[in-house]
Design a protein around this ligand. Structure first.
Ligand code: HEC
Ligand code: HEC
Length: 251
């Protein structure tokens, strides 16, 4: 019974997938993509704060069913959101995503990744960032950053860290009535208290009643490396980061 249902469902899925794999279906998908996906994946899917979808590589599965699921349900534990579309619209989007990844675009980056890894340690990056379990926690874990962001975004993050700062990295600054200063990432807040990851001593709860002064800095706590890396060194670091890929899911 279950098998019959499963077979029925995948047959229906296959039919709907192919019914939209037409020039009209792809054009409709492109329109939806521009409105709902390009903000993160870039115009024509070349990447932005989200990964490029033109490389022909899908880390989270590449069958029609995988794409359908990832687009409707989002990808848990990542910044890829779930979004509501009708079945036909999703197949139009899938048809479009297929068309932009059909001729994979894999640009050979100019930098030297091995040298980039050395710079990552010697220039202090690893003091704030984890890569494969090693490093600091004052910035995002970069272990699979190459599959999460475009190369252009990586470059910008290094030369102009303040350009886009996710609210998880906004810095809360508190002065308490006893005159102590605390700064750290704001984890949670309610009417009575805030919870912060204090840069000096870890997770801390501060009652609002104890505030003398409280503010949130929406800039980046990462220093800009614009003048601290030569053009060649920047290429090397970017090549290193772009190569930090997520393992591909096997289904
Ligand atoms: C808020 C930003 C954002 C929006 C909006 C968004 N995505 Fe994503 N998407 C991401 C990120 C980030 C990832 C990478 C997830 C990871 O691996 O960490 C991703 C991953 C994916 C993947 C999986 C890629 C792989 O390697 O398997 C597909 C496919 C995808 N997005 C398609 C879409 C489509 C189609 C839309 C619009 C309907 C969309 N995304 C909207 C951010 C976004
Ligand atoms: C003092 C700590 C600190 C140092 C040192 C530091 N970073 Fe960061 N980095 C951060 C923080 C905090 C963020 C998140 C806020 C932001 O986007 O700027 C960040 C963001 C990033 C991002 C964007 C991540 C994303 O999810 O989009 C990249 C890439 C990055 N850093 C690379 C580097 C590299 C390469 C170096 C060394 C050349 C470096 N960082 C040095 C703290 C640091």
């Amino acid at each position: 019974m279950l098998l019959v249902m499963l077979a029925g469902a995948s047959l229906a899925a296959a039919q709907s997938a192919s019914s939209q794999a037409t020039p009209a279906g792809r054009a409709a998908g492109e329109k939806i993509f521009r409105a709902h996906c390009a903000g993160c994946h870039g115009v024509a899917g070349v990447g932005g704060t989200g990964p490029s979808l033109t490389t022909g590589v899908f880390y989270h599965g590449s069958t029609d069913a995988d794409l359908y699921k990832n687009i409707t349900q989002g990808i848990e534990g990542t910044a890829m959101p779930d979004q509501f579309f009708t079945g036909a619209q999703i197949w139009q989007i899938v048809a479009y995503v297929r068309s932009i990844s059909a001729t994979p675009v894999r640009t050979k980056l100019p930098g030297n990744a091995t040298h980039g890894a050395e710079l990552f340690a010697s220039k202090g990056c690893s003091g704030c960032h984890l890569v494969k379990g090693e490093g600091g926690v004052r910035g995002p874990d970069l272990s699979v950053i190459g599959s999460q962001r475009s190369v252009a975004h990586l470059r910008e993050s290094i030369t102009d860290p303040g350009a886009k700062v996710e609210n998880a990295y906004w810095v809360a600054k508190v002065i308490t009535k006893d005159g102590k200063n605390h700064s750290g990432f704001l984890m949670n807040q309610d009417t009575y208290a805030i919870q912060m990851l204090d840069f000096a001593d870890g997770l801390r709860m501060v009652n609002r009643a104890d505030f003398k002064d409280f503010g949130i800095d929406r800039g980046s706590s990462m220093p800009s490396y614009k003048d601290k890396l030569s053009a060649g060194e920047l290429d090397d670091v970017v090549a290193f980061l772009a190569g930090l890929e997520r393992p591909r899911e096997k289904k």
